[in-house]
Write a protein that binds this ligand. Structure first.
Ligand SMILES: [Ca+2]
Length: 164
């Protein structure tokens, strides 16, 4: 009953599609406008947004971090030009390497900045380098899944703790 009540105000063609082809979005000839709004009801808006912005996965792969062996390594990613972290993850540096994965977070055409720090001081808090060691890396406009390789260096980002 809810489906009928939702579909009816949209279009009669949408109602017909919902009844005749539940879950189907393209096989009817009822017109493209109707098809856009037709299949099913409550989850339409989510599908529509996905169509406009497929999400891609960000992998940050670090190597050469042996000086920080066993330390916590925390990664944040931001949209370029934005100061608020869109996601943060921590791991432990093992064998000089680390890998952090953010599944399905990047939007096509957008550029990102990745901030990351090793908790050298061991207090589970980001301290401005060189107390902890922290870095920044850029992800250019996204066209697909991204693997960002980073290697240990001493070019610290002294603002890195602003993002954790
Ligand atoms: Ca620290």
């Amino acid at each position: 009953m809810d489906r009928l009540r939702l579909a009816a105000p949209v279009m009669f063609t949408a109602l017909a599609l919902a009844l005749g082809f539940p879950g189907c979005d393209s096989s009817d000839s009822g017109g493209k406008d109707a098809i856009t709004d037709s299949p099913g009801g409550a989850d339409i808006s989510g599908d529509r947004f996905d169509d406009h912005g497929e999400k891609f996965t960000l992998v940050v792969s670090g190597s050469g971090f042996a000086p920080h062996e066993g330390q916590a390594l925390t990664v944040a990613f931001l949209e370029a030009g934005d100061d608020s972290a869109k996601g943060t993850q921590s791991t432990t540096i093992t064998g000089g390497d680390f890998t952090v994965t953010f599944p399905d977070v990047l939007e096509a055409g957008r550029a990102y900045t990745v901030k990351y720090y090793a908790d050298l001081s061991g207090n589970e808090t980001c301290d401005t380098p060189p107390i902890d060691h922290g870095w920044s890396a850029s992800v250019p406009a996204v066209t697909g899944d991204v693997t960002l390789p980073v290697t240990h260096n001493t070019n610290f980002d002294t603002s890195v703790c602003n993002f954790f």
